[in-house]
Design a binder for this molecule. Structure first.
Ligand code: GLY
Length: 570
């Protein structure tokens, strides 16, 4: 049963012939209509683009599981959502398998071997954020393709089947959405600035809704990956094209950096919430692996349900909890393979209870008074998608190029955008990155190290069965958005649709202000200002995707209203 609740207007040119994506699917990439919510019984995928969600569901229909669906969606996003979907970036997967096992895969980018602590400082020690945020030098060694092959271990279908829709979409093209046309047009100058060979994204006249985007070079790269596996990316022609691109733009990535990249399976972070739920999320270098349990534990005993959704009391409490967590993020969090991060301690009950003594229910906090806690020695653009299948496998993946269109450098001849993830390191203590986050020693640059991330792909279990699959892009707002989405559903009893679409807010210690979306309730905003908070209204916060599974097996998938996000299922 498929009950399409809401379908957006068609994208594409109505007159175009319904060309099928490949012989076995009915997806028309020139004429399609994203839907925001679906209720179904057998399986669902929700992602930032309708075509990618449809491709994922096709894999479920062909007998694949949620991991197959996720891989096909991930590869399709690299084609149809070039601003954040990628093969030149990295990400994290959290999965709950039907055999009860929770797994995570870390395919975060890492610093090239020639990277060094002060590589973005000029002769006077000033941070040059243009270099960490744009162009060749801003790229970490990509992890996405290594991640895909690590995921494949849990899939059922042959890889060739999973990658073919992405190849077809790249080779034959697809109609771009209004948002994609707007974004590609807005980025023309910057694309020209950071490329020596002009990519397909450059167009002399403005991109329009329904224009066909064909990416022949990307199709060729995907075919090399189809035919040679991860080596089709990390070695041979593609690797050489990356290194040639580096040489044209003073980048430092080498053939060895590429050949030596490996994805890592890591032990999932699992914690209980109110004895009712088990939350499964990504460990470091995903900061959510520490911050989400911290924040959830800080509010666990608080009367949030009584306070209600986005009232003065609930926002004040949640903002103060976010402030405390992000103060610790700045000081303690980084790649634990390189820096001794006291992660378990930071999310332990005694520690969070101690920290909550700094929370005054009647007074706005001040980040000048809140520093990272004392610990005992102890060992905007990103994209999220979720998949769930009839056997109970649940997959939550967030991937990233970092900023929209990453470094803006496209590997000539290979057709994909490189990330600008090096900016997620702390390039100088106290200097904010592009998301305004500060850091220090824990997240300093070192060769081979993974930069700290905010990505928080998460699954909530009840009686060891998935009930929520959640995640979002949004830089440093990712972890707070996941936190709020969980609280909205688990505490305020909201529907998945409301939890995704209602206004969000965010505090990250520094800068000391509450960021709110424009539809955040005006009366609460005024009361917060009276209490002493600074409020900053910003563009949308995140693009949250949720799949909710009810006790009777109904699957509800919701894509965020803030973007082209779309839910598909059957
Ligand atoms: N580049 C966004 C993140 O990983 O947090």
């Amino acid at each position: 049963m498929i009950n399409a609740i809401f379908r957006n207007s068609l994208i594409g040119i109505v007159a175009s012939l319904p060309v099928v994506l490949n012989a076995q699917t009915e997806i028309n990439p020139y004429l399609y209509a994203p839907q925001k919510k679906i209720e179904c019984k057998r399986g669902a995928v929700v992602s930032a683009n309708a075509l990618a969600s449809m491709v994922g569901v096709e894999m479920l229909k062909k007998g694949g599981n949620a991991v197959d669906a996720a891989i096909a969606t991930q590869l399709a996003l690299a084609v149809v959502y070039p601003g954040a979907g990628n093969i030149g970036g990295g990400g994290f997967m959290v999965a709950h398998l039907s055999n009860g096992k929770n797994i995570t895969i870390d395919f975060r980018e890492k610093a090239p071997e020639k990277a060094s602590r002060n590589m973005y400082l000029d002769a006077n020690g000033n941070a040059q954020t243009d270099l960490s945020q744009n162009g060749h030098l801003s790229s970490g060694v990509p992890g996405t393709i290594a991640g895909v092959f690590a995921e494949l271990k849990y899939a059922r279908l042959p890889f060739k089947k999973l990658i073919q829709p992405a190849i077809d979409l790249a080779e034959k093209g697809f109609a771009i959405t209004r948002a994609e046309a707007r974004d590609l047009t807005a980025e023309q100058v910057i694309f020209k600035k950071y490329n020596t060979v002009m990519p397909v994204f450059i167009k002399e006249i403005a991109w329009k809704t329904g224009d066909t985007l064909i990416q022949k070079e990307l199709a060729k790269t995907l075919k090399l990956i189809r035919d040679y596996g991860a080596k089709g990316f990390y070695e041979g022609e593609t690797a050489q094209l990356i290194v040639d691109e580096m040489k044209r733009g003073n980048g430092i990535m080498t053939l060895e950096d590429l050949k030596n990249y490996t994805a890592k399976e890591r032990e999932a972070v699992e914690f209980s919430y109110k004895n009712d739920y088990t939350v499964v999320t990504m460990p470091l270098p995903a900061s959510g692996g520490v911050l989400l349990p911290q924040m959830m534990r800080m509010v666990e005993d608080q009367p949030l349900k009584t306070y209600g959704f986005e009232t003065l009391k609930s926002v004040h409490l949640m903002v103060e909890v976010e402030r405390l967590a992000y103060a610790d993020r700045a000081k303690y969090l980084g790649d634990k393979d390189y820096f001794k991060v006291p992660g378990k301690f930071l999310s332990s009950y005694p520690y969070v209870m101690e920290r909550m003594k700094l929370y005054d229910p009647n007074k706005a906090g001040d980040s000048k008074d809140i520093q990272a806690g004392n610990v005992a020695p102890e060992s905007e653009e990103t994209t999220h998608f979720c998949a769930y299948d009839k056997d109970g496998n649940a997959v939550s993946i967030t991937t990233t190029l970092n900023g929209g269109y990453g470094s803006h450098t496209i590997v000539a001849g290979a057709g994909f955008i490189l990330n600008n993830e090096m900016d997620d390191f702390s390039i100088k203590p106290g200097v904010p990155n592009m998301y305004g986050a500060v850091g220090g020693e824990a997240n300093a640059i070192a060769p081979g190290k993974r930069m700290l991330s905010s990505m928080t792909p998460t699954i909530v279990l009840q009686n060891n069965k998935p009930i929520l699959v959640v995640g979002t892009p949004g830089g440093t707002t990712i972890t707070t958005s996941v936190f709020q989405t969980l609280i909205d559903i688990l505490e305020f009893g909201m529907s998945a649709e409301d939890a995704v679409n209602k206004p969000k807010f965010h505090h990250q210690w520094l800068p000391d202000m509450i960021f709110v979306e424009k539809d955040f309730p005006m009366d609460v905003r005024d009361q917060l200002i009276q209490m002493g908070y600074k409020i900053y209204q910003r563009e949308s916060i995140g693009r949250t995707e949720v799949i909710q599974i009810s006790a009777d097996g109904k699957i509800i998938a919701v894509g965020d209203k803030r973007g082209d996000d779309a839910a598909e299922g059957y």
